[in-house]
Design a binder for this molecule. Structure first.
Ligand code: ZN
Length: 314
């Protein structure tokens, strides 16, 4: 009942174009096992989409950090602990993305198996920029490269098959079909990048979430904030970015679905770069938004990027 009212309320709110942070997490917490289904908890929306693709009908899924939520700075609720306690499998990103996870695992007393979706991926280290950022910390945003997403899918396939051996053949068939779609997605992204003039393949975002995308597809991203949204950007970092945008003629500054637009808007205003639209960095949109699945998210992002960078000066 409560969940239904929350859902109704948040769809009303979404329809009205407002945001209501306390209710932003649409979720259907499974606080007791659904008969005949494997109870799986995914830490955030992008992982949940991969689990849904591979697990299909066999899985009863609970997502902790929902659409447009920021998993860097999440505060778990009692319902999250309940879902965790009832789960057979918990799927997480790892690379220190979910800093709140260890405590939640412990306090929930869960006996669930833990699967780390980034296992086997070589993490990018955040470059130390000489301004106190980075210090070699690992970048958690590995899903922003489609070839990494395929590793996520392989890890999820392995974990679901181990937790529910009777479903193995189904999980394998689902994963194979999805991996073919990811191949097509990657081809599409590379073709879009190729249409952007080489000297315009650079952009600004608020937090540093696109390093894997940059490395995979050859678009340079610079951000005043580090790989986590936890630390604020300093005035000095913002000033440095504004000078860089001017000197290197960076065509566009992008807003992010999980970040306050203020910082990006300030950089655009003071540097003369245009606002290139909104990128989905760390979370999907709601199912009625432009990025309700991982594939929709990546397509939306590359179309915003191509539109903003390929066009001539404003
Ligand atoms: Zn992030």
């Amino acid at each position: 009942m409560l969940n239904r009212r929350l859902l109704l309320l948040s769809s009303l709110v979404a329809g009205a174009g407002l945001s209501l942070p306390a209710l932003a997490q649409e979720k259907s917490a499974q606080d007791k096992p659904v008969e005949g289904k494997l109870s799986v908890v995914a830490s955030f929306s992008i992982l949940a989409d991969f689990v849904r693709e591979v697990g299909g009908e066999r899985v009863a899924l609970t997502t902790l950090v929902g659409p447009d939520g920021d998993a860097h700075v999440y505060s778990p609720s009692p319902a999250d602990a309940k879902a965790m306690a009832a789960a057979s499998l918990v799927v997480v990103n790892g690379l220190k993305f979910e800093g709140w996870l260890t405590r939640l695992l412990k306090s929930s007393g869960t006996k669930a198996k833990l699967a780390t979706a980034t296992e086997g991926i070589t993490p990018l280290k955040m470059q130390d920029d000489g301004h106190g950022h980075g210090h070699g910390s690992e970048d958690p945003h590995a899903w922003q490269s489609v070839s990494n997403a395929k590793v996520y899918v392989a890890n999820i396939l392995k974990a679901l098959s181990a937790a529910d051996p009777a479903g193995k053949a189904i999980y394998e068939a689902n994963a194979a079909a999805y991996l073919a779609k990811l191949d097509a997605l990657e081809t599409e992204i590379k073709a879009a990048v190729a249409r952007i003039p080489a000297d315009r393949r650079k952009a600004i975002t608020s937090h540093d979430a696109f390093a894997y995308f940059a490395k995979a597809y050859g678009i340079a991203f610079v951000a005043p904030q580090g790989v986590s949204t936890e630390a604020e950007a300093s005035a000095r970092d913002v000033g440095r970015i504004i000078r860089q945008v001017k000197a290197q003629k960076v065509p566009a500054v992008f807003l992010e679905n999980i970040s306050n637009p203020r910082l990006a808007e300030q950089i655009a205003r003071e540097s003369g770069a245009r606002i290139g639209g909104r990128l989905y960095s760390d979370a999907l949109s709601g199912s009625d938004g432009p990025a309700g699945t991982y594939i929709a998210m990546m397509k939306h992002n590359i179309s915003q990027i191509e539109k903003a960078l390929a066009a001539g000066p404003a």
